[in-house]
Design a protein around this ligand. Structure first.
Ligand code: NDP
Length: 445
């Protein structure tokens, strides 16, 4: 980095103790260096300095009472990062690891991802360090209500439209939506990922996992390959992992492993998704229980070991930095030729280097997992129009969007002289529209 090195240095200085945010900013600025060279007007207008600083960061106390009457206090966050091309849009994460830096990295990534979808959505993200694991339904409800009691004053269908993420699925969205409606006395599409009876979109639940496979299918086809007959390893066993497993299997692949934060299962005959859905979606249990249903499968403690399983295609779908340089080297050594990121920033910079150096077909998160937010955008459209599309209509639109994201990212990569580098291509393609909008709107933000 030459022109943008000082922007990055300033980010590190002004945001101490936020390594994930620094990592996300560095990757994007490195990709944007040639854009800065080509567009001195953006440098002069301070676009790069402005885009790395959130428009607004909200932190709040979330008190709630457990089933024994004990009071707990968690911390809530909403980072409204960039509204140049539309209302802030991005998920809410409930996980004990959540802190301001993690929400900022996710919000920053969301700016470019949302732009790539071609829909009018700005970037934002929120969450809490609340741990939903082991909590009763009533505890989850009380927490969600308390969280929304504060968040409601900062969001709105034309201001900021949150959705789910780790630890936030249909149940949590329902509890938060109910509270929002009670406070505001408004029935609007203020959250996405809603249940179908109250304004949700068909195919939203499936969208991130399906979209990941549609994107990777395009990337594979461009190299004369496909999912057909391939062995696939997928990390995680939540929303994204489950629907990536379903679509990869439909496209002819055999998914042989899934994980959670405790360990992974390997089923050489192919993972039986009904069992995973029963354990994870109905019983809210652990992936280790899979072997009770299928004794020929193997369970191992420790989620990292999943990358030692030989595969053709790896789809990390759990969390940030779950796949490091060493894991990447093992994947490559075992013959893996494609990696698609369902999770946000699951590969460390060292792992990304290994993929690029070895010419792995590599779909970076902000392009490959944009199907979820794209379908949230479609949910917003349906809410505004007060109508509901069929599953097939939404799925067809999702597929088209993923195809166009692949096309735009690969064309931008080619335009800037590194045709196979979809990291660079996605960053540049996502940036272009946001930068043009910020430039046109003057130094308002
Ligand atoms: P879920 O909460 O449904 O599932 C998360 C899965 O990842 C669980 O299996 C969980 O295991 C595992 N996991 C979480 N944290 C860790 C960790 N620290 N180490 C190992 N495993 C972990 O979340 P989603 O499937 O919705 O999200 C997964 C990823 O996809 C996240 O990075 C998210 O930001 C990203 N994403 C999600 C979208 C969506 O539409 N839902 C859209 C775009 C991106 P355990 O149960 O043990 O915690």
């Amino acid at each position: 980095m030459k022109i943008l090195a000082s922007v990055y240095e300033e980010v590190v200085k002004r945001n101490p103790g936020e390594p994930e945010f620094h990592q996300a900013v560095k990757e994007v600025l490195e990709s944007l260096e040639p854009v800065a060279e080509k567009h001195p007007e953006y440098v002069k207008a301070g676009i790069f300095e402005r885009i790395v600083e959130p428009e607004r960061q909200i932190m709040f106390r979330v008190p709630w009472v457990d089933d024994n009457g004990k009071v707990h206090v968690n911390r809530g966050f909403r980072v409204q990062f960039n509204s140049a091309i539309g209302p802030y849009k991005g998920g809410i994460r409930f996980h004990p690891s959540v802190n301001l830096g993690i929400i900022k990295f996710l919000g920053f990534e969301q700016i470019f991802k949302n732009s790539l979808t071609t829909l009018p959505m700005g970037g934002g993200k929120g969450g809490s360090d609340f741990d939903p694991k082991g909590k009763s339904d009533m505890e989850i409800m009380r927490f969600c209500q308390s969280f929304m009691f504060e968040l409601a004053r900062h969001i709105g269908p034309d201001t900021d439209v949150p959705a789910g993420d780790i630890g936030v699925g249909g149940r949590e969205i329902g509890y938060m939506y109910g509270m929002y409606k009670k406070i505001r006395n408004d029935f609007t599409g203020v959250l996405t990922g809603k249940g179908i009876p109250y304004g949700g979109s068909l195919a939203r639940t499936e969208a991130t996992g399906y979209g990941l496979c549609y994107f990777m299918d395009e990337a594979l086809k461009a190299k004369g390959k496909s999912f057909e007959g391939k062995t696939v390893v997928i990390s995680g066993s939540g929303n994204v992992a489950i629907y990536a497993t379903k679509k990869a299997t439909e496209l002819g692949a055999k998914v042989v492993a899934l994980s959670d934060s405790n360990g992974y299962v390997y089923d050489k005959d192919g993972i039986k998704l009904e069992t995973v859905q029963l354990i994870k979606e109905v019983q809210r249990g652990r992936i280790s229980e899979y072997v009770k249903h299928h004794p020929t499968a193997i369970y191992k403690d420790g989620c990292k070991g999943i990358w030692t399983i030989p595969c053709d295609i790896a789809l990390p779908c759990a969390t940030q930095n779950e796949l490091d340089g060493n894991d990447a080297a093992i994947l490559v050594k075992n013959g893996c030729f494609a990696v698609g990121e369902g999770a946000n920033m699951p590969s460390t910079p060292e792992a990304v280097d290994v993929f690029l150096k070895n010419k792995i077909i590599y779909g970076p998160a902000k392009a490959a997992n944009a199907g979820g937010v794209a379908t949230s955008g479609l949910e917003m459209t349906q809410n505004s129009m007060r109508l509901a599309w069929s599953f097939e209509e939404v799925d067809a639109k999702l597929k088209d969007i993923m195809k166009s994201i692949y096309k735009n990212a690969s064309e931008a990569a080619a335009e800037y002289g590194d045709p196979d580098n979809l990291v660079m291509g996605a960053n540049i393609a996502g940036f272009k529209k946001v930068a043009a909008a910020m430039y046109a709107q003057g130094v308002a933000y």
